[in-house]
Design a protein around this ligand. Sequence first.
Ligand SMILES: [Zn+2]
Length: 217
Amino acid sequence: MSIMDTNSTAGEHLIPHTARIAAATAKGSARDEQSESDAARIILQLEQNHAEANAVGLGSPDLDTFHSLIVSLVAEADDPEAVIAYIAELLSDHAENKAYLPKLIQECERLGLALQLTDDPTVDLPGIRTIDGRRTVVARADEVAVAYDDVHAVGRCLTCSGELDGTALLYFPANALLSFRAVQDMTGADVKICRTCVEASGIPLTTAQRGPEWMLR
Ligand SMILES: [Zn+2]
């Protein structure tokens, strides 16, 4: 990922992050010559990228704001290389999040859950809350990929990710450690495995997997 990938919508979402960058790169007492020449080189590159984006019709006021912000951060940083690497990483995460959003929405629809993205830093892991009477997945806007993984796992086989039917078995394999306890998904339901995967594994069923029906036979 290079800074070249800056797109016209990056600015509006990334501006909040710049407070963190600014904190991490507070100007020190003296900047050495290396930093000065790094900054000059990076700013030249940024100016070229910005001009190219405008030339191909990707220009926007947001992009202009974003561009000016990055230039000013680079211009003042003690370590311009580190700043630009950090920004490139943020952009890459941002692009990944964007790519996962439609998939997350689809998975929420599959489960009949609403979705609410938040910038609240106190929301750590994605979770399910009841909001306005609806079960809602609440996840951080910058952790869409994590939320997707969690929501995607619900109601699916741990091994093949296929959707489970009534024949699914608890994921409680015979070769598990004694201390093993069935793990749960984000809804609190026990993680399960489909019958095809159990049979393919060749591992005999445990009592927990056979369940009460078997006990009654
Ligand atoms: Zn399976």
